[in-house]
Ligand binder design. Structure first.
Ligand SMILES: OCc1cccc(Br)n1
Length: 446
């Protein structure tokens, strides 16, 4: 075949490496601002994390789903002043469509549930692990993407749904060595806010906005919180009453304020008694200040937090009974959570619980003679056929190089293909930890 010689590059192996062609332009080898590469070591840790997400989801009988990273912008146009809306990574595509990189997975889930309609029997129990995006001014140097694990139950109106979801997260934490001493769940209900605001003539449209403002408590000054609440038509009395309730840390106190007959207190009491039966009471506490920052929550809300208080929320979720109907679907109750891939790794580092996830390739196979490269390929294929991982040395390399590579890949065995052995259908097997070396018939090689 005629060799095409690219301008500026010589095909002869002997000439010294030339300067890159004049058209080459050194690219920025870093990933875009706010995004991450996952080179092998980081990818092994990520795979370990996602493997645990999947194992727990399957333990709870959930089915895995996924959706496009790119969605119609319309899925996220909510007018409640959410940060997620301000930071939407949206643009107009070449077909003049308004699209967005998904900032969360729940709207996609709602879209697919509606699309599937009656063809999917309830309750739906789906989980997903997907990359989510936000466009944040890099002034704060925060990430623009993360991977989120979501589990959602659609079609169960009772708090047994939320209890099941919290149980799945507790199960996940236990699997990776996190205990109730490290992490807890703050639990409340948006119905607490609803019942307080119902004592004052607060317009329904103000409810979601008030929740988003209250979610900023602790992040912006209290005076700013009050100012923003006034702007969504809450009276001073309503605000004072609300803030007093939000400081409550006991259900007894809440019941004294709201009475025991309302839905908020009844559901929370039910959830805490279910926690007893699941066996995770030590993990949860009532905290009226938890509202979460998504507009569509309508009932129970919860968030996982690190008890040392050094990190941002580890995960969060709650009930969203109106989301499907706001998308034009039937009025189907739903609850779910999101669990990001970043804070949990920070927590594991803090607690010295990061797992060792070394590269482990059991075997390294190499020929001792360039003419036996084919024989080495035969040996590698034989072993791979038996489910053995094999790193096949693909070039004629000195043994010193082979031993160095064997150490890097944590190989247990070095399989040497030499002429005299191969003529007898044998190979030489060296156990690298002991140095023990034997000739083995290829057919007996396991
Ligand atoms: O949790 C909010 C969020 C959404 C998308 C991307 C990132 Br990073 N963070």
């Amino acid at each position: 075949a005629t060799e095409t010689v690219r301008a500026g590059r010589s095909n002869s192996v002997s000439s010294p490496p030339l300067q890159p062609p004049e058209y080459a332009q050194k690219i920025d080898v870093n990933p875009p601002k706010g995004t991450r590469d996952f080179p092998p070591e980081e990818m092994r840790l990520r795979n370990w994390l996602f493997h645990n997400f999947r194992e727990v989801s399957e333990l709870f009988g959930f089915e895995e789903v996924d959706y496009p990273v790119l969605e119609s912008e319309a899925l996220y146009i909510r007018k409640a002043g959410e940060e997620i809306r301000d930071q939407l990574y949206c643009f107009e595509d070449k077909g003049n469509r308004r699209v967005a990189l998904r900032p969360e997975l729940t709207p996609s889930l709602a879209r697919l549930v509606i699309q599937k309609g009656k063809s999917v029997p309830l309750p739906i129990k789906w989980f997903a692990i997907g990359q989510c995006w936000r466009y944040e001014r890099m002034t704060r140097g925060r990430r623009r993407e993360h991977y989120q694990w979501n589990m959602d139950i659609i079609g169960v109106p009772d708090v047994t749904g939320e209890a099941e979801l919290i149980s799945s997260i507790v199960t996940f934490f236990k699997r990776i060595g996190i205990t109730a001493k490290d992490v807890g769940f703050k639990i409340s209900s948006r119905k607490v806010l609803q019942e307080v605001l119902s004592l004052y003539s607060v317009p329904e449209t103000s409810f979601a906005k008030a929740c988003i403002i209250i979610d900023k408590m602790g992040k912006i000054p209290m005076e700013e919180i009050k100012k923003e609440l006034k702007l969504v038509d809450l009276s001073n009395d309503a605000i004072e009453d609300l803030l007093q309730v939000l400081s409550m840390k006991s259900l007894t106190e809440l019941e004294e304020k709201l009475g025991g007959s309302g839905e908020a207190v009844r559901e929370l009491k039910n959830l805490f008694s279910l926690a007893e039966t699941f066996g995770y009471s030590e993990w949860i506490q009532f905290d009226a200040s938890v509202v979460r920052g998504l507009a569509y929550y309508t009932g129970i809300v919860f968030e996982g937090f690190d008890r040392e208080g050094k990190l941002r929320a580890i995960c969060g979720g709650g009930r969203y009974d109106r989301l499907l109907s706001t998308f034009g679907g039937d009025d189907i109750p739903a609850c779910g959570f999101g669990f990001g891939d970043a804070v949990i790794i920070e927590l594991l580092k803090e607690r010295q619980l990061l797992p060792e996830v070394p590269l482990e390739v059991e075997n390294i196979v190499c020929s001792l003679d360039p003419d036996l490269q084919g024989a080495a390929a035969t040996v590698a294929t034989h072993l791979r056929g038996k489910g053995q991982r094999v790193d096949l040395v693909l070039e004629n390399k000195p043994l010193k190089w082979v031993f160095k590579r064997a150490a890097r890949i944590n190989a247990r065995r070095l399989i040497l293909v030499g002429r005299s052995e191969w003529e007898k259908g044998m190979v030489s097997v060296k156990i690298l930890s002991t140095g023990e070396q034997n000739e083995v018939n290829l057919d007996d090689l396991q």
